[in-house]
Design a protein around this ligand. Sequence first.
Ligand code: SF4
Length: 225
Amino acid sequence: MKPFTPNHRLRRWLGGEPPSGDQSQGPDWDGWLLRRMSLGEIVTVGGVLVDRAVLRQRFACVAERCAPRSGRGPWRSCCADVEVALDASEHRRLSRVRRELPQGWEGEGCLARPSGRCALSQIDRAGQIRCVLHCLARERGVDRSEIQPLSCRLFPLIVVDFGEGRCALTLVSKTTHRLVGAFPPPRYPCLSDDRLPPLPEALKGDLDWAFGKGFARALDRVRKA
Ligand code: SF4
């Protein structure tokens, strides 16, 4: 199989410094990988260590169900309820377009979340939560990763760098959500509905962007094998 590797921007982001002020040791991804391997839950796809949970997951953005509003119930959303850390280059990229952003988006090494959702989110007329940066990138005709933080671009995917060219692809799941400070998957409508499409199909563009053209198809082949 053709080898796949994280693209240049993703590699730099993975190898970057933690957000300023973050002195914590970070999550124990080595322990997580060992446990997943011992259960036979890691498969290698073109050189990338892939958590089988990625292959089993169904996914689609269902923004009408997760926007913060009365009646939302227990549902949670990536744009309202998860803290997004910013590294220095993401902060620089946002600063370059600051005139086009709502004021008050800067938190301490992260995006601010006044009034219970990301300062860069908006609620559209249909009551759906939307990313201002997503729209801005479309207006400018640039790739989202030119403006949007990479953890937003990737959600619900998680890419972990193990050094020496080894990286793993997983997602917000029952084995990882605590490691990344997210809610358990059943709290997100996009991760808890078996009628949604398989994740490798739904996120084909993002998977190919992250690891190279053909990666999503390679995952899909492994999923169907
Ligand atoms: S930057 Fe955009 S995608 Fe990221 S949390 Fe804020 S609104 Fe959501």
